[in-house]
Every structure is written in C-alpha cells, then in structure tokens.
Design a protein around this ligand. Structure first.
Ligand SMILES: Cc1ncc(COP(=O)(O)O)c(C=O)c1O
Length: 366
C-alpha cells in the first residue's frame, strides 16, 4: 500500500486529497450488526467478500457472528485464508491450473469449499487435491434462473454428485443457487415471488440429491436484495449477501434496512451555470445499474466521463469551485475495486487506512 495514504490518519476527512474512498465506520458497524441481528436464529451468514475485498471488514463480520466468508475469486480466498479466516466458500467456478493451485494452497491453510458445474473441472480439482494430499469441499452450483453459471437439470446435478463422491480429495457438501436475477427487482412483492420460485427450484435439487443418498448439508444462496426472503426459506442453510455492508445508490431503495457506508469524496472543479463538474468519474466511482448520487442532493448526476462527473445544479445551489462533495456510488463492488484503500472515517476523522488487498485483477503474492 502506498505510504502516502497513511498521512491522512488523524486528520479531518476534508483534508484528504480527492477523489478518495471513504468508509464511514459507524454506518458500516451498524450495517454489520443489523444483518447479524436479522439472520440470528435463521440461516447462517456467510458474507460475500467481493463487495469489500478487505481483511479488516471480514474480521468485523466474523466477530459479529458470520459462519465464514464467501468469495468470488481464488485471490480473495487466498488473502482471507492467509489472514486466518477459517471457513471459506468460493461461490464460483475455479478453472485453470494457476487458479486451482492457488485454491489448493488456501485449502491447506483453511477449510475451503468451491462451486462446480462441470465434469472436467471436477476431474481437475480432484487430481490437484489428490496430488496435494488435501481435501476440498464442493458445492454443486445450480442455475436457479439467473442464466449464468450452474447446472440446469437434476440429471446433471446427480451425475456431478456421483462423480464428486468417487474422489477421495473432494467432499460433496451440498448445493448453491444464487438468485441474482431477483436481487435488484425494485418491487418487493415481485422480488419475493421470484426469489421464492428460485428457492423452490433449489430445494427441488436438494430433495433429488438427498433422496439419491448424497450428503447435502449446505444449501447456500441469497444476496443483499433477498437476504431476509431467502433466509426465511426452510432448508436454506446460509446467506451469501455482501453489499449490505456499504449499500449504494442501486440498492438503497431495495433494502432501506442498511444505510450508505461508502462514499467517494470529490472536489468541484468547474461550475458554469447549472453545470457542475467534480473530479470523480468512472475511474473512481462504479456506475453500474444506477447513476451515482450526490450526498445531500445539492446537485444531481447527469453523466460520467473517465475523470469527471457532470452534474445539474439548481440556481440556488451553493457549491462553488473548490468545494467538497460526497458521492454515493451507483454500485459498491465495482467502486471499491477502483481504489487501493479505504479511508476509515469516524466522527469526521480518518482513524485508519485499510487496504483493498484483492482489488483489480486480484492476483496476490502467495
Ligand atoms: C454468487 C453470489 N452470491 C451472492 C452475491 C450477493 O451479493 P450482494 O450482496 O452484493 O447482492 C453475489 C453478487 O454478485 C454473487 O455473485
């Protein structure tokens, strides 16, 4: 991590050079506590680290009762395994020798489970685990309507289950089915209906596999938009939600239970009548799904360029060149991936700098 970031520690966040990623510590702590409270006595929480890629935040989630962590990449898993996280799920297919070898190194340090949907991939994982003399947990990935990864039929799932259980280095632990096609549906009733259908489908796979004698101890699903709906389904054992930690402009209306804990601090660099320009563009703020928002609503975002965000300002908007604004990202997981560090802000002061270790392409020194 560049040392220059650390010079901000102890200063008011208004003194930080912009654009800068701010983590609002009180809000993030409250969001973590809220999620832990909501899920207590229901499904376990296995928060998705792709939303923060940060060891310090993972530790906060585990201290609040999370049963382990979910990751999207082997590099995120490697960082967490090295830092002592003891139960990891890579909720994604890991394909290719370099990545499988990284997975094996992590599996030597921490119990690790990976998603699969392909017979050749199962063979590659089995060969690597056998050669290393370690065991890898496996979940069969089921497509429950998103149309991304995952097997489509129960026959495919049965065949994979039979194949996995033939290999001593692999332990079939259960199934996962991420209902990603539901999580951003703004209408709660429609979202609930679609998520219920997805979970019914997932539990149908569980039933088939369990009655064929396969051990299905884990049924993993759920995102921030469906965390409470999916956790209420009998048979779902764990929830993979991640973005609740920060929330963002896309999810704010969908899950008002969580406040915005991540902003990008920016400076007004130009004002011409109603056009106001700030120094945070697509290279600093994730704009997927929704345009970013300006905190306080003094201006509304009209468009984004690489290093600029162009906003509409009302005639009475007091913002002038040199003023600071905070931007609520359109989408937090892509925003954090654009930054080296979080400026951890508490009571207006930067109390620490936390590295976003597995950012970018994500490959880390192992
Ligand atoms: C496999 C998987 N699980 C869970 C999630 C939930 O993430 P979020 O909480 O950001 O909606 C995602 C998001 O992309 C995902 O890909």
């Amino acid at each position: 991590m560049p040392e220059a970031y650390r010079t901000a520690i102890g200063r008011h966040f208004h003194e930080v050079a912009t654009p800068a990623l701010l983590l609002h510590y009180e809000v993030v702590s409250a969001n973590i506590a809220t999620m832990a409270d909501c899920l207590r006595g229901r499904a376990g929480l296995r928060p998705h680290a792709k939303s923060h890629k940060c060891v310090e935040i993972a530790r906060m989630q585990l201290e609040a009762g999370a049963i382990g962590m979910t990751t999207a990449t082997v590099w995120e898993a490697a960082v967490l395994a090295r830092s002592g996280v003891s139960d990891l799920l890579i909720a994604n297919e890991v394909v290719g020798e370099t990545k499988i070898q990284s997975l094996i190194r992590s599996a030597r340090t921490a119990p690790l489970t990976v998603a699969v949907d392909d017979a050749n991939n199962v063979e590659a994982l089995a060969a690597a685990s056998c050669q290393a003399g370690c065991t890898i947990g496996v979940l069969i990935d089921i497509d429950v309507g998103m149309g991304r990864c995952g097997v489509r039929t129960q026959e495919e799932a049965r065949n994979l289950a039979a194949q996995i259980t033939r290999h001593p280095g692999l332990q079939l632990r259960g199934i996962m089915g991420y209902e990603g096609h539901c999580v951003l549906e703004p209408d709660r009733e429609i979202r609930a209906r679609k998520a219920a259908q997805a979970m019914e489908q997932l539990l149908g796979f569980r039933e088939t596999l369990a009655s064929a004698g396969f051990p299905i101890e884990v049924v993993s699903a759920g995102g921030t938009g469906t965390f409470d709906l999916t956790a209420a389904v009998q048979g779902v054992t764990e929830i993979q939600a991640g973005s609740y930690v920060f929330n963002d402009a896309t999810r704010r209306a969908i899950v008002p239970d969580f406040a915005v804990g991540l902003t990008v601090l920016a400076t007004v660099v130009s004002r011409y009548g109603s056009t106001l320009v700030i120094d945070a563009g697509k290279k600093t703020v994730g704009v997927d799904f929704t345009l970013p928002r300006i905190v306080g609503g003094a201006a509304t975002v009209r468009g984004t360029a690489e290093e600029h965000m162009i906003c509409n300002a009302a005639a009475d908007c007091p913002l002038r060149v040199g003023d600071l604004v905070e931007v609520i990202p359109g989408y937090c997981p892509t925003t954090i991936n654009l930054h080296d560090v979080y400026h951890v802000v508490e009571k207006g002061v930067v109390r620490d700098i936390w590295p976003i270790v597995a950012r970018g392409r994500g490959q880390v020194e192992e």
